[in-house]
Each structure stands twice: as structure tokens, then as C-alpha cells.
Design a protein around this ligand. Structure first.
Ligand code: UTP
Length: 293
């Protein structure tokens, strides 16, 4: 399964954050979905922390109308910091929001034509390097983080990788699904990829779950990619064309995944993370026990 050619390190990551977030209206009318907080950190912060842990140095945000606040979140808030310092308050809660000057790049997706189109909008920044993609509404929770596990796999097999998890067969139609080949521990060879298949046509119940490491050649494929499932330009369709040309594997994440693009997933993430927090867990558990009678 391995590709022994020289592998460039994964230094850049694309965060597509230009979607409309219609499933969360009215909350997302004026506030980007990616800034909705799970406990006390916005979704985008969890993704950026996971990227940092995996060695990502350059953060490329694909934004759109109404998404500027996401960039503000990672900016220096001079007045806030000066006031907090004057009042003797610790600036520690702001530490994760600091990105090295010059390492945050934004590109604009003028019209949300789909995930594939959003990724293609970052092509000039990516150039000829492999890159990671994070969908921030998929909150991957575990240590080591999902992308760190994927980078470790990439260092062994190279090529392209997606993170996958198994769902009940009746749920596959909402996701990208892999046709699995040989399995080696957490690594599965990918023989095919299909976006939102009918249950009867799905090649497996292993769905792609919001994390990717791709070779830059995918950008050339996206350039001419037509609309796919849901009338959107699908990343899955261009990735499928790489299979057979370059190594392509799936990594089963050893950790928990919360689909924070859905209301139920968002509530689940909030409860699970609050329960797991050393500073909150006991109080939240007591509160929930009382609530549930
Ligand atoms: P979703 O499928 O969750 O779409 O996109 P959405 O628009 O954010 O949310 P709903 O379905 O209307 O509620 C997955 C990720 O891809 C980004 C989104 O911002 C999200 O992070 N995306 C999607 C784009 O950046 N551009 C697009 O054209 C579509």
C-alpha cells in the first residue's frame, strides 16, 4: 500500500467557511455557523487547534459574505487586551486565537457553489504542495487529534487521505462514501468514492468525515469539475478521479466525531465536551442528573 517516493510535508490547511449554514437559521443569519460556541470556544477554534497540533503552519480560510467575524476572531483585539491588562485579567483565554503574522490567508468564494468550488478558490495559495482540509462543523474530538493521526499515516503511505467513520447504512445518503479495499489497522485502501449515494447503491457504510489530505493535482480536476449531487460542485467527484493515479487511503479516526452542522450533533458535542472538561464536568453531571430526575 505504501508509496516510497519523496513526500512533501503537509504545511497548509484550507478551512472552507463560506457555506450558508441554513440548517442553523435563524442563529446563523448574522453569525457564521463556524463561530457558534461549543461550551466556550467557537467551532473554528477546535479545527484550528487540531491543525496546529498536526504541524499545520499556514491557515487558509475560504470565506464569503458575512463571514468576516471568523477572521476577526484570530486577529489581535488591541482594546480588549489593553483593557483586560489594565484590570489585571489574564490574557490566557486569548492564547489559542493567536496565529503567527502572515500565516492566516483568506480567499473569497463569491458564490457558495459547493465544497469542491470552495477548495478550488484556494488554489493560488496552495500552489504545488499537498494540503489539509478541515470542515469546521465536523468536530473531531480525541487525543491525538484526527489530523495528527492522518499526518502520521500520510508519512507512511503518502498520496491522498480522508478520515472515515462507520454509520448505520440508512444514513449514508447524506455523505461521501468510500468503496473500501485492503484494510491495514486504521488504514483502508480507497477504491472508489461516491457523494450522497442511495442506500441501495452505497459501496459501504464508511463515510468521509470532514478531514482530508490531498495532493495539489486535485485543483486541476476541480477546475473543470461540473455540478454533482445537490447541484453543487462536489470535492468527492474530483477526489474520485485521483484514485488509480495516486495512492488513496482512508483513516478511521480513533476518537469521537460530532456533526455540529446538525442541531442534534451540536447539542451532543456541547454535552459531551462539557462533561469531559475538568473545570466543568462535575457540575454539569450534577446539573444533568437533576434535570433528568
Ligand atoms: P455544509 O454542507 O455543512 O453546508 O458545508 P453549509 O452551507 O455550511 O450548511 P447548511 O447545510 O446550509 O446548513 C460543509 C462545509 O463546507 C463549507 C461550509 O462552510 C462548511 O464548513 N462550504 C460549503 C463552503 O465553504 N462553500 C460552499 O459552497 C459550500
Amino acid at each position: 500500500m505504501s508509496d516510497n517516493t519523496f513526500r512533501k510535508p503537509v504545511r497548509k490547511a484550507v478551512f472552507p467557511v463560506a457555506g450558508l449554514g441554513t440548517r442553523f437559521l435563524p442563529a446563523t443569519k448574522a453569525i457564521p455557523k463556524e463561530l457558534l460556541p461549543v461550551v466556550d470556544r467557537p467551532l473554528i477554534q477546535y479545527a484550528v487547534d487540531e491543525a496546529r497540533e498536526a504541524g499545520i503552519e499556514e491557515f487558509v480560510f475560504v470565506t464569503g459574505r458575512g463571514k468576516t467575524a471568523i477572521v476577526e476572531h484570530f486577529d489581535t483585539a488591541y482594546e480588549l487586551e489593553a483593557t483586560m491588562t489594565a484590570r489585571g485579567k489574564s490574557l490566557e483565554p486569548l492564547e489559542p486565537t493567536r496565529i503567527q503574522p502572515g500565516n492566516l490567508v483568506t480567499v473569497r468564494q463569491q458564490v457558495p457553489l459547493g465544497l469542491g468550488h470552495a477548495v478550488w478558490c484556494a488554489r493560488a495559495v496552495i500552489g504545488d504542495e499537498p494540503f489539509a482540509i478541515f470542515l469546521p462543523d465536523e468536530l473531531m474530538y480525541g487525543s491525538p487529534g484526527c489530523m495528527k493521526q492522518m499526518v502520521e499515516a500520510y508519512n507512511e503511505v503518502g498520496g491522498n487521505l480522508v478520515s472515515v467513520l462507520e454509520v448505520p447504512m440508512e444514513e449514508v445518503s447524506s455523505y461521501g462514501v468510500i468503496a473500501p479495499g485492503a484494510v491495514n489497522g486504521a488504514l483502508t485502501e480507497v477504491k472508489g468514492l461516491v457523494e450522497k449515494p442511495k442506500v441501495a447503491d452505497a459501496p459501504s457504510n464508511k463515510i468521509v468525515s470532514g478531514r482530508y489530505i490531498l495532493q495539489p493535482e486535485v485543483m486541476g480536476l476541480l477546475e473543470t469539475q461540473g455540478k454533482g449531487a445537490g447541484g453543487e460542485i462536489q470535492l468527492t467527484d474530483s477526489m474520485a478521479k485521483l484514485i488509480g493515479q495516486q495512492p488513496f487511503h482512508a483513516v478511521t479516526f480513533a476518537g469521537r466525531r460530532f456533526d455540529c452542522g446538525s442541531k442534534l450533533g451540536f447539542v451532543e458535542a456541547t454535552l459531551a465536551i462539557a462533561l469531559d472538561r475538568p473545570d466543568l464536568g462535575d457540575d454539569v453531571r450534577a446539573m444533568m442528573t437533576k434535570m433528568l430526575g
